[in-house]
Write a new protein. Sequence first.
Length: 298
Amino acid sequence: MRFIRDIHRERRASDLPAISFEFFPPKTDEGERAFFEKTLPALLETRPDYCSVTYGAGGSTRDKTIGIVNRIQRDFGLPTMSHLTCVNATQDEISGVLAQAASLGINNILALRGDPPGGMGEFQKTEGGFEFSSELVRFIRERGGFSIGTAGFPEGHIACKQGKHADWRHLKAKIDQGADFVITQLFFDNQDFFEFRDFLVDLGVNVPIIPGVIPFLSASQIKKFTALCGARIPAPMLQRLDALKEDDAAASDYGVEYATHQCQQLLREGAPGIHFYTLNKAGSTVRIVKNLGLHQRD
């Protein structure tokens, strides 16, 4: 299966953006059937370049993640990146996951520190494991055979008490250890992304920095997400969401409208692609990609 670093290199050479989607492992058999029979086929009609599958807080979906990634690649032929975290895993266990991935032809990894079990509290290093995602990046790079992505935070990581500039320097260290590209956390003010990108470029970063965009489905949902990850909702957007808090359908339409305009500006200002947080739903993401005219970019 193709390396994601090569996909971005080829897209850049053809002056076209790369489009990618993020999924999470469905929690039920019924959800998994719906994902593979309806959601994924609908999204594939937009001709994405690759996708990724999350790992779950505390590595709680480790085996299921590998299984979903393998099935997407095997049955649908779409390059798929497996998330991998440092949480609740020794170096030997991580080495075992990487060996399993390689045996299945999974050769793209998003290396993350990861969230604690339950997504709450402070990160605790596992004895015999890694404390920082930069260590995980280096470990994977030394093993060889993978294209490695890592996460970036345009507003700074919520756990970095030294501020966003310190966090961005930590990201530079991860890239120096061998990350091929960066995918950002969701954000809603493009100026945050541009400041983040320009700061990294000034530090000498030249790998693709890919904005992560979420087409939110309801006011309550996106307020919950941003509270957990520390992303900021701009005041005009918050005012509109408050007015739509009792109408999820209208809020979803607004999510499509907002994300479409956001992506248009990001691409106009040189973003190498867009990574959509789909929430395992097809409708809004498909509408946005078609609004952008990117379903016909080949």
